[in-house]
Design a protein around this ligand. Structure first.
Ligand SMILES: CSCCC(=O)C(=O)COP(=O)(O)O
Length: 405
C-alpha cells in the first residue's frame, strides 16, 4: 500500500474545466510528461504519479466567479520527509500559477513519523508553571529597543509582580550591544526569582532567538545555560524546518513560543497563499511549537473568527498524533476581552498582552493583576463588572478600555 500526502486547494477560474485542471496539477507536480512516455517508462513512473482525490465545484461570493476545491494525493516516495520538500512538492511552482490557494494538507503516517511535534505542548508548559486548571497569562516586553539592562530588568520585574505566568520578549528585540541575550537572561531570571518570592508563582521567560540561522542553536544553548527557561522564535522569517530542528534538538530543553510575524504575507487573500490554519496551525504544531501566537478576532490586529477557530482546532485536535500546542490569540488584548477569549478558546489558552499590561492606568504590575482578576472572574462565573466592584486593578482597566460583549 502506497503512502500519500493529500493537499487540498481552492482554485478560481472563469472558464476552465476543473477536473482537467486538477489532472494537470496531479501530473504536472509529479511525473510531468507521464502521458507522453513509452509504455515501459509509464509503468516505472506509475508509483510516482499524483492522483486526483476529489473535485468539488463551489459557489463563489464574487459574482461571475467560479471556484472549486480540489484534493490531490502526492506519493511520499517523491519527496524527503521534511516540511520544505513537502511544501515545494505540493505548492512550489503552483503557488505562482493563477488564482489558487493551499487550504489544507493531510500527511501520511509515514511522513508524520519524522515529526513528534511539540516537546512540551499544553501539558508540559502547564507543568512548568504549575497551573493546571485555568488559562495562562503572558505579558510582553514593550518599548525595549535602545534601553539598557537595568531598564529591562525593572520592566521584567514589574510584569512578574503582576502575577503573569510567562513573559516574552518583543519579537523586534534582536541581538544588540545594550541587552545581549546572555546578560538579559541572567538579569531577568534573577528578577523572576525575586518576584516569585513575592507572588509564589513560577515564571517562564521566552527570550527571542535571533541572528543568522547557523548560529541559532549555539545562541539557544548559551541562553539556556544562562538560565533561559523558554524561547521565542520568529518562525516564518526562518522557515518551519529551522523550528523543527530546534524543537527536536535534545539539548534544547525548554518550550518554544512561535511568533506569527510575516504570516500576513501568506493567508489573508482568498485567491492566493496558504490558509491561516496551515500557516499558524498545522505546520507550527508539526514543526514543534509549544505555543503559537496569532491575531484574535477582537483586538487591534484581527482575523476572522472562523480562521482563529480553525487555527485553534489545528493546534489542539486529537486527530493529529502530537501533543497539542498552546493557542495564544494576541494583539490589542485587554482585560475586558478575557470573557470572549475564554468563551471562544476555552481554558487551554494563553491570554497574552503587551499594551494591555503596560498601559494600565496604575502601572505595569497593576496591569498584570487586572488580567489575573479578569481570569478569576470568568473562572468563578462572575461578570467582570461585578468582580471589579472590589478589585481596584480590574476596575481601572475596565474604566480605561471597557468590556467587550
Ligand atoms: C499579531 S499577534 C502578535 C502579538 C504580539 O507579538 C504583540 O506584541 C502584541 O502586543 P500588544 O501590545 O498588542 O498586546
Amino acid at each position: 500500500m502506497m503512502n500519500h500526502c493529500v493537499a487540498t486547494y481552492r482554485l478560481y477560474d472563469d472558464r476552465a474545466d476543473f477536473h482537467k485542471k486538477a489532472e494537470g496539477i496531479a501530473v504536472g507536480l509529479t511525473v510531468g510528461s507521464w502521458t507522453d512516455l513509452p509504455e515501459a517508462a509509464k509503468a516505472d513512473m506509475e508509483k510516482h504519479l499524483g492522483r486526483v482525490v476529489s473535485v468539488q465545484e463551489h459557489h463563489s461570493d464574487v459574482p461571475g466567479e467560479r471556484c472549486a476545491e480540489i484534493s490531490i494525493a502526492y506519493p511520499d516516495i517523491n519527496f524527503s520527509h521534511d516540511i520544505p520538500a513537502l511544501l515545494v512538492t505540493i505548492f512550489g511552482k503552483l503557488s505562482m500559477d493563477g488564482r489558487i490557494k493551499l487550504i489544507d494538507v493531510n500527511w501520511s503516517d509515514e511522513f508524520k513519523q519524522a515529526f513528534p511535534g511539540p516537546k512540551f505542548g499544553v501539558d508540559g508548559v502547564r507543568k512548568l508553571v504549575d497551573v493546571h486548571d485555568r488559562p495562562l497569562l503572558m505579558s510582553i516586553f514593550k518599548s525595549v529597543i535602545g534601553h539598557d539592562l537595568q531598564t529591562l530588568r525593572e520592566q521584567f520585574y514589574q510584569q512578574a509582580l503582576g502575577g503573569v505566568n510567562l513573559i516574552k520578549d518583543d519579537e523586534i528585540l534582536f541581538e544588540n550591544p545594550l541587552t545581549p541575550i546572555g546578560r538579559r537572561v541572567r538579569v531577568c531570571m534573577q528578577a523572576a526569582q525575586e518576584a516569585e518570592q513575592r507572588t509564589g508563582k513560577k515564571l517562564l521567560y521566552a527570550v527571542n532567538l535571533t541572528g543568522p540561522t547557523f548560529s541559532l542553536r549555539d545562541q539557544a544553548l548559551r541562553a539556556i545555560e544562562a538560565g533561559a527557561n523558554a524561547l521565542l522564535f520568529n518562525v516564518l522569517g526562518y522557515g518551519y524546518d529551522v523550528l523543527h530542528a530546534l524543537s527536536q534538538d535534545r539539548d534544547i530543553t525548554v518550550p518554544i513560543a512561535a511568533h506569527p510575524a510575516l504570516a500576513g504575507s501568506y493567508y489573508p487573500s482568498p485567491h492566493h497563499g496558504i490558509s491561516a490554519s496551515l500557516v499558524l496551525g498545522k505546520f507550527m504544531r508539526l514543526a514543534g511549537a509549544d505555543l503559537v501566537l496569532f491575531p484574535s478576532p477582537y483586538g487591534s490586529v484581527t482575523m476572522p473568527k472562523e480562521e482563529t477557530q480553525a487555527i485553534r482546532e489545528a493546534l489542539t485536535t486529537a486527530a493529529i498524533d502530537a501533543p497539542p500546542s498552546f493557542p495564544v490569540p494576541s494583539a490589542g488584548i485587554h482585560p475586558g476581552l478575557v470573557p470572549l477569549l475564554i468563551r471562544d478558546f476555552g481554558t487551554d489558552v494563553v491570554v497574552n498582552a503587551g499594551g494591555g499590561v503596560h498601559g494600565h492606568p496604575l502601572g505595569t504590575a497593576a496591569g498584570g493583576r487586572a488580567f489575573v482578576q479578569a481570569i478569576d472572574a470568568v473562572m468563578q462565573g462572575s461578570s467582570l463588572e461585578g468582580f471589579a466592584a472590589d478589585h481596584e486593578e480590574l476596575r481601572a482597566a475596565i474604566q480605561a478600555w471597557g468590556v467587550k460583549q
